[in-house]
Design a binder for this molecule. Sequence first.
Ligand SMILES: [Zn+2]
Length: 166
Amino acid sequence: MKRWTSGLDAEQGAAIHGLILPNSWYPVRLWNDLVDRYIAQFGGGDPQSFRQVAEQVAETDLNTFFKVLLKMGSPALVLRRASSLWERYFDVGVMEPVERGPRHFLLRLTAPRSVERGPGPVTCAVGVPAWQERALRSAGALGVRSTHVACRFKGATTCEFDVIWP
Ligand SMILES: [Zn+2]
């Protein structure tokens, strides 16, 4: 953590403490910086290395403020609340669930493409599917897969996640 934060300015340094605390909120520009920094310094440049961070964030949060939701809910209930769950993490963008079947959802993320104003390409391509899979497993969806099928950074107007479990 120290090596990661050493290149940050004071404002960023103060805000980074949010990253290791659950239930915190970050300016999205700083969040994108942190993701890139993590991948460069700890992931050998591989965006997939961010997956373990997203899983850790999910795990920490699931043990605290999502505990009741998971205990009372089903995987479908968690996904139906995708919009308010997204707002727990980001103050930009809208995550909208579309129910396709009893164990099949499409999640649609509408957000700015600029990394100054919206969640960046690693967050949607790696972080969101990792978070969803980890959270839904906790809600009982064994074998759940979240696939990033359309991306704002690859020509689509929204990011889309196909979420399905057996
Ligand atoms: Zn995307």
